[in-house]
Design a protein around this ligand. Sequence first.
Ligand code: ADP
Ligand code: ZN
Length: 214
Amino acid sequence: MVVVLLGAPGSGKGTQAKNLIQRLGIPQLSTGDMLRAAVNSVSDVGKQAAEYLQRGALVPDSLVLSLIEERLGGQDCKDGFILDGFPRNIAQADALEALLTRLGKKISHVLAIDVDEKELIQRLSGRRICKKCGTGFHVAYQPPQVAGKCDQCGGDLYQRSDDNENVISERLKVYRAQTAPLLDYYRHRNVLREMRGVGSPGDITDRIMQVLKA
Ligand code: ADP
Ligand code: ZN
């Protein structure tokens, strides 16, 4: 099964992808996570990607595609995967289609998660992430038991450097201009499944599972 999670920054794609790994037994491929790992390890790709991430702009397609291509051929992806944060524009969607055809696969579902912009901004600006295990928290909606520490593993929490007001507004602008057109792209291909992304993360995962089974 090939599942694409589509949604604005802060819509909960990453959270849902992580829940779906368990339920579907296939891996999550997050281009955002891959790019941040590349930046942290100061690899060639990381050096080229860093300034785009800092600004909230899209990293050039060629870089993102090289990361994706490397992963999709992997043994753990042979029964399918969950794409989170990719594709993010029409050119990437076209490239994905070509890649999947080569692998003898096709997209099963594109899940579009819809959240109002005001809510997106509140979620992103209060988001905190565990350095050690990646668990997400929110200073108001989902505060950790001990301030600044992860409930799961005790690791330190940090704020992503692109979760500040200016970069958030740029990321939302990029989403509207470049990624939102993918809704029509996939609607025309009859794989688009739309849902509201408000409510508890567990309830939303249940809703997604219903849609996937339908
Ligand atoms: P969010 O969806 O909350 O913005 P991500 O972790 O998915 O978070 O993405 C963070 C940043 O990584 C983006 O602002 C962009 O710079 C880069 N990025 C992630 N995925 C892609 C992609 N498919 N194409 C280009 N850039 C990407
Ligand atoms: Zn942790």
